[in-house]
Design a binder for this molecule. Structure first.
Ligand code: NAP
Ligand code: MG
Length: 527
C-alpha cells in the first residue's frame, strides 16, 4: 500500500466522514476520500512555526510578532509565521546583494541551466509533499495542486532553456575610425518578488525561473495567508544545491515586509502579482530608486459565447473559467457575455453543470472545488452576492455560505447571476470568488463594446464555430490574453500578460527574460 492514500478510518469530522457536497442538495457525507498527509508533508506541517529564510538559514527564532495561519477547509490553525520586519527585509536584501556580487555572478549559463535541471528533478520527485502543503494551507483541491505539477515542471524546463538564450546584437555604426559596436545583456540585480495567496506553489516559478536563468538574486515576500509551499520550495532549492543568498524569503505582512521590500534602495526590480490597489502602492514605493517593475494585477475578464458555439464544451468551459480555484484566479472569466437567443438556455445548463461539481476539503481527492482563502475573503464574496441581488441581477443558483460540516471552513456555493448589466457592481469589480455574471448581448459589436467596458485588460475568451467571428472578437478585445473555444490554459512558451489596469510586463517567452536583464551598448575603438 502507498504510504498515504484514501483514509478509511474516521476523520476529524462529526460524522466521522469527510463531507463532500454536491450542489444538488444538503451537505452529505459520502465516500471518505480525504487523504492522510504523506509523511513528508506531515513533518513539515508539524513544525507549526515558520520564519524567514535568509541566506539559507531560517531566522526569527526570537520573534514574538507572529501571525496565525489557517487551513481554510477546516478553520484549524496550522501554527504561526513570523511577521518579518523592515530589518528582516534589509538583511535579506543584503544577502541577495552579496550573492549577486559573489561566486553566483561567475556561474556560466550552462551551470545555471544545470541548476534548473537539478531543481526540475528535485521538485518532480518531491512534488506530492508540496501539493499537499499547498492544498492544506490554501485549500486548493488536491487534484488541482497535483495537476499544477506539469505546469511547474514545464516552466522550470522553459527557464532552463532560456538560460542559454540570452543574447545581445552586433550592430553597425556610422562613427569615424574603426569602431565595433554591440549590445550585451546583463542581469538587473536583486529582484523583489511579491506573491499572492491564490496559487503560490505555481506562481512563484515565474519569478524563480527568471532569476535563476538570468543570474539575478531574489527576496520573495509571499502572502501571509498562504506562504508555506513557498518556504518549503525554497528549502528544496537549497537541498538541490542552490547557493545561499540567491533566493531568500521574508514572511510577514504586506503593509510592513512587502512595503519595506518595495521601498528598499538595494532592490533593482519588483515582480508583483496582486491587486490593482496594492500595485499602485508599489509604483509609489518604487520611486525611491526608480525600480523596474512588473505588475500582474486584477481582472474582470469577458468570456463571450455566441449562439453557434458548441454548448457541450462552452457550458463546462465557461463555468470552470469562473469556478476553478473557487474563483480565485486573476484571469477568471467572470463576465460571461451570452448571445441573447441562448442566454436563458445557457444559464439553465450552467446551473445544471454546477450541480455536478463537488465541493470538499483541499485534501479531498473527490473535490472539484475547495474553500476560499479566509474569513475576510468569504465576507467580501458574500457582500458582492448581496449587492448583486439588490441591484437586480437574477440569482440562478448558489448564493450561500455552506454550513454543516463546512461551517468552520470558508466555503461559498458556486453562484450564477443572469440578466446582469455591465454597469452593476458585480460586473465591474473583481470579486475573486465563485460568482458568475451572465450578461446578454445582441451582436458581435455589442459583445466587444461590453467586453471592453472595464478598467481591466487581463484575459478573455470567445466560443463560436465561426472563425471570422472569433478573430473579430480576438482583435477587438483589449486584453493581454485571449482564448478561443477553451479557457485559462497557459504555456510559458506563449506566455500571457495584462494591459490597462491589469498591469504590464510579460510572463513567458523571451520577453519575460528581457525584463530581468538590462541592455548595455558597447563601443570598441579598434586601434
Ligand atoms: P494583494 O492584497 O495586493 O496582495 C498581494 C501581495 O502583496 C501579498 O503578498 C501581500 O501581502 C502583498 N502586499 C499587500 N500590501 C502590500 C504593500 N503595501 N506593499 C507591498 N506588498 C503588499 O492581493 P490579494 O487580494 O491578496 O490577491 C488577490 C489579487 O491578486 C486579485 O486582485 C488578483 O486578480 C490578483 N492576482 C493577479 C494575478 C496576475 O497574474 N495578474 C495573479 C494572481 C492574483 P499580504 O497578503 O501578506 O498582505
Ligand atoms: Mg493558510
Amino acid at each position: 500500500m502507498a504510504p498515504y492514500g484514501p483514509r478509511r478510518r474516521p476523520g476529524p469530522h462529526r460524522s466521522g466522514q469527510t463531507p463532500i457536497r454536491t450542489n444538488s442538495g444538503s451537505d452529505m457525507p459520502q465516500d471518505d476520500t480525504h487523504l492522510e498527509l504523506c509523511p513528508a508533508a506531515r513533518d513539515y506541517l508539524g513544525r507549526r512555526r515558520y520564519g524567514p529564510l535568509i541566506d539559507g538559514v531560517e531566522t526569527g527564532a526570537g520573534s514574538t510578532d507572529l501571525i496565525e495561519t489557517f487551513n481554510p477547509s477546516t478553520g484549524d490553525s496550522l501554527g504561526h509565521i513570523v511577521a518579518g520586519t523592515a530589518e528582516d527585509i534589509d538583511a535579506a536584501v543584503r544577502a541577495a546583494r552579496t550573492a549577486f556580487e559573489g561566486p553566483w555572478s561567475e556561474w556560466s549559463p550552462y551551470q545555471r541551466q544545470a541548476m534548473l535541471m537539478r531543481l526540475y528533478d528535485h521538485i518532480d520527485q518531491n512534488y506530492e509533499e508540496l501539493a499537499q502543503i499547498e492544498s492544506t494551507d490554501m485549500g486548493m483541491p488536491i487534484t488541482r495542486t497535483r495537476g499544477t505539477k506539469d505546469f511547474i515542471l514545464r516552466t522550470i524546463q522553459f527557464f532552463a532553456s532560456q538560460a542559454l538564450n540570452i543574447k545581445g546584437e552586433t550592430l553597425q555604426n556610422g562613427l569615424a575610425g574603426n569602431v565595433a559596436s554591440m549590445t550585451v545583456k546583463a542581469p538587473v540585480g536583486v529582484i523583489g518578488g511579491i506573491i499572492p495567496w491564490n496559487g503560490p506553489l505555481g506562481s512563484q516559478w515565474w519569478v524563480l525561473g527568471a532569476v535563476l536563468a538570468t543570474g539575478c538574486t531574489v527576496v520573495l515576500k509571499p502572502a501571509e495567508d498562504a506562504c508555506l509551499s513557498i518556504l518549503r520550495t525554497v528549502e528544496m532549492l537549497h537541498e538541490a544545491g542552490l547557493p545561499n543568498g540567491v533566493v531568500n524569503v521574508v514572511t510577514g505582512r504586506g503593509s510592513v515586509a512587502g512595503d519595506a521590500l518595495a521601498r528598499h534602495p538595494g532592490v533593482d526590480r519588483i515582480a508583483f502579482t496582486g491587486s490593482t490597489v496594492t500595485g499602485r502602492k508599489i509604483i509609489e514605493a518604487s520611486a525611491v530608486n526608480i525600480k523596474k517593475l512588473q505588475l500582474e494585477l486584477g481582472g474582470k475578464s469577458p468570456d463571450i459565447i455566441f449562439a453557434d458555439a458548441d454548448l457541450d464544451k462552452a457550458v463546462p468551459g465557461a463555468a470552470l473559467a469562473v469556478f476553478n480555484n473557487s474563483g480565485q484566479i486573476c484571469y477568471a472569466g467572470t463576465r460571461v457575455l451570452v448571445e441573447r437567443s441562448i442566454a436563458k438556455e445557457f444559464a439553465e445548463r450552467v446551473a445544471a453543470f454546477v450541480k455536478t461539481l463537488r465541493i470538499g476539503y483541499g485534501m479531498d481527492e473527490n473535490a472539484n472545488l475547495g474553500p476560499v482563502i479566509s474569513e475576510a475573503q468569504i465576507a467580501r464574496v458574500m457582500s458582492y452576492i448581496e449587492i448583486g441581488g439588490k441591484e437586480g441581477a437574477k440569482l440562478v443558483c448558489g448564493g450561500s455560505r455552506l454550513g454543516g460540516d463546512f461551517a468552520n471552513g470558508y466555503f461559498v456555493e458556486p453562484t450564477v447571476f443572469s440578466e446582469v448589466s455591465n454597469d452593476m457592481t458585480i460586473a465591474r469589480e473583481e470579486i475573486f470568488g465563485p460568482v458568475m455574471s451572465i450578461i446578454p448581448f445582441d451582436s458581435a459589436e455589442e459583445a466587444i463594446r461590453i467586453g471592453n467596458s472595464t478598467e481591466y485588460g487581463l484575459g478573455g475568451a470567445v466560443w463560436t464555430s465561426n472563425i471570422s467571428a472569433a478573430m473579430k472578437v480576438v482583435n477587438g478585445i483589449h486584453t493581454g490574453v485571449m482564448w478561443v473555444n477553451f479557457y485559462g490554459q497557459v504555456d510559458p512558451l506563449v506566455g500571457f500578460g495584462g494591459t490597462k489596469m491589469s498591469g504590464y510586463g510579460a510572463k513567458g517567452t523571451s520577453a519575460h527574460l528581457d525584463t530581468y536583464l538590462y541592455t548595455k551598448s558597447v563601443y570598441i575603438n579598434i586601434i
